[in-house]
Design a protein around this ligand. Structure first.
Ligand code: DAH
Length: 340
């Protein structure tokens, strides 16, 4: 009796499981079989009434039916899961023919590129790269550079003062004294950085960049300066570059010179970049004034030095064919993209 019932139960639920439409229906069937009041649970309880000889066979049959139905349910569950996954994948379909959105590639600012290039060349020549504060004292920016308070040469640099004795540095020369106080000769340093002056037109911006160089050693002369600057300019603008010294004046150098470079655009023939002269005024330089050495604690009888300083914005403008300096500071992405 119970044997037939078991066989029928097995067949009935096999069919029900097969016909289940979704996971919820399948779960209901599961409860109908294995739940507290489930068909198989109730049948199992009637084992009590089975005779001792029949018990092993019936027991085995019950187990067989249980395992079979459990397996069918689990197979069906897997099928539903797979179906669900396929549905999900179908909805998430990626259109591989769609044009890609692309991603933005960043780039170094043209001024940063010039700083990197120049400092790289200087490092190869044995210079150390240093930095100094942009908010500077009157002492380092002017006095230690042999420009006393109220001296007329201050007029050349229309300076932003913060208090009577603090200012936005108007020249990277301010790092010269700082480094001379710290170091013992011989040393060779370059300092790139931001500088500030109250001026604004197509070639002047209130914020701009300079690179300062300083070498202090025994027997440093104009010849060393010339050799160093010639190498630097050839490396920057190409091997056919020539340089020219003109006498000039700076309070911190004696003698002082201005250095012109053959125009990298027309190679000396004359063009709009060099206003037809074939040369570009590029930097100020000279032999460090012994007074400047002494003020910073360096024995000017034993040591001498050369120094140079130049505007990096101008270098970047020439290298990139830019006519208005303000483009560097507007952060207009269209401009910066062209500079990549
Ligand atoms: N500091 C000067 C300026 O801003 C440039 C300069 C000239 C720097 C001569 C020097 C130098 O170190 O020797 O105009």
């Amino acid at each position: 009796m119970i044997k037939e019932e078991l066989i029928q139960l097995n067949e009935k639920f096999e069919n029900e499981i097969k016909g289940a439409q979704d996971a919820k229906q399948l779960n209901e069937i599961k409860v109908k079989i294995f739940g507290k009041m489930g068909a198989l649970t109730i049948l199992s309880k009637s084992m009590r009434d089975v005779s001792a000889e029949e018990r092993p066979t019936i027991g085995a049959l019950i187990n067989h039916v249980r395992n079979n139905l459990e397996e069918k349910i689990s197979q069906k569950e897997d099928a539903f899961k797979q179906e669900e996954l396929m549905k999900k994948l179908d909805n998430e379909k990626v259109d591989i023919t769609e044009p890609s959105k692309g991603f933005e590639v960043g780039a170094l600012h043209p001024i940063s590129r010039v700083i990197d290039k120049l400092t790289d060349i200087c490092v190869e020549m044995g210079f150390s790269v240093v930095e100094g504060p942009e908010v500077e004292t009157d002492y380092y920016n002017f006095e230690a550079m042999n420009i006393p308070k109220n001296h007329p040469s201050r007029d050349m640099q229309d300076t932003f003062f913060i208090t009577e004795n603090t200012l936005l540095r108007s020249q990277t020369s301010a790092v010269q004294a700082r480094e001379m106080e710290k170091r013992k000769p011989p040393f060779k340093i370059v300092c790139p950085g931001k500088t500030y002056r109250n001026e604004s037109d197509s070639t002047h911006s209130p914020i701009f960049h300079q690179l300062e160089g300083l070498v202090v050693d025994e027997k440093i002369s104009m010849a060393d300066l010339k050799a160093m600057l010639t190498t630097l300019m050839k490396r920057l603008y190409g091997d056919d570059t020539t340089i020219r010294f003109r006498p000039s004046f700076f309070p911190f150098t004696e003698p002082s010179i201005e250095v012109d470079v053959s125009c990298p655009n027309c190679h000396g023939k004359g063009c709009s970049t060099c206003k037809g002269t074939g040369m570009l005024e590029l930097l100020g330089a000279g032999i460090v004034n012994p007074k400047v050495l002494e003020m910073s604690g360096i024995d000017s009888k034993k040591y001498s030095g050369f120094a140079f300083g130049f505007g990096l914005d101008r270098v970047a403008m020439i290298l990139n064919g830019i006519t208005n300096i303000r483009n560097f500071y507007k952060n207009d992405v269209r401009f910066l993209k062209q500079m990549r």
